[in-house]
Design a protein. Structure first.
Length: 287
């Protein structure tokens, strides 16, 4: 097998032209879609989205997955408007000709036991995943701070409870910044996730670092992941090496950075080249 390298290219540029340029510069032909022209990709009309899809397509860029914000509301918030938003995201996935869509499992009230909301979480995530599957899209749950699926154990609960309806995304850095042990998390989730988000961090300081420089065990995980896979798999680069416009709206935790870069392009290029080096050092292949 080989790894298909994709990225949140809005970290290189908020503008669609800059995203395409960054991907071309790094010999990449896939993007996980999140932001376009200083706005959420999910805030545009269907007709506008069709125009963006054509621009990516005409420039040789394929959308690997929708990096949607679905499930990034409080579990106590009204679900009906969010389910309507789910329908829009699924339609956008089809417009962008991707079969994958990232989702989350709802923010839990601070200080409360996530298990108290377990049934509501499974019900909501299940409804989103089922609707997506009915329309040809695989919803993939990502571990994230402060949501039900912050821990590997709760991610397993979601994947087992909704088996056959949902996929998983493994993000090492998100486990590190919430002080979850990576070898333990991976042992619980190996063989259960559809693709990975490549983001690394240091356990002691929670600083975000390039792939392979932190405690995310990325080289070892990629090696085993490749050996276990019977087909090509996406690796979505999510560098977070430099603060970029809109980052504060994407997650609650404060990101810390060990390295300082002169520009977003420099940070993005460094992240890509570092990941490619890790893959090569493990004797693996990428496209």
């Amino acid at each position: 097998m080989k790894f298909l390298l994709t990225a949140f290219a809005d970290e290189a540029s908020a503008e669609i032209g800059g995203q395409i340029e960054a991907l071309h510069r790094n010999d990449m032909k896939y993007i996980e879609l999140r932001g376009i022209n200083n706005k959420s990709a999910y805030g545009y009309s269907y007709e506008e989205s069709k125009e963006f899809a054509k621009i990516y397509r005409d420039n040789g860029i394929t959308v690997s997955s929708l990096g949607s914000p679905l499930g990034k509301i409080k579990i106590t918030d009204d679900f009906e408007p969010h389910f309507e938003f789910t329908k829009k995201c699924v339609e956008l996935a089809n417009i962008y000709s991707t079969k994958l869509m990232r989702i989350f499992s709802f923010y839990i009230p601070a200080g409360e036991d996530p298990k108290n909301y377990r049934n509501e979480v499974i019900d909501r995530v299940g409804k989103m995943a089922e609707y997506a599957k009915e329309n040809g899209i695989l919803a993939c749950h990502e571990n994230e701070a402060e949501i039900y699926g912050e821990s590997a154990e709760n991610c397993v609960d979601i994947l087992d409870s909704l088996e056959g309806k949902i996929g998983g995304i493994f993000d090492p850095a998100n486990f590190i910044v919430t002080s979850h042990d990576i070898p333990t998390a991976y042992s619980l989730l190996k063989g259960r996730f559809e693709y990975m988000h490549i983001k690394d961090a240091l356990m002691e300081t929670k600083q975000i670092v390039p792939a392979g420089e932190g405690d995310g065990c990325i080289p070892q995980i990629l090696k085993e992941y490749a050996e276990m896979s019977d087909r090509d798999r996406f690796l979505t680069l999510e560098p977070h090496l430099a603060v970029f416009e809109g980052l504060g709206n994407l997650q609650h935790e404060e990101l810390k950075h060990k390295h300082v870069f002169k520009s977003r392009d420099e940070a993005f290029d460094t992240a890509v080249q570092t990941l490619k080096k890790v893959i090569k050092n493990e004797g693996l292949q990428y496209e």
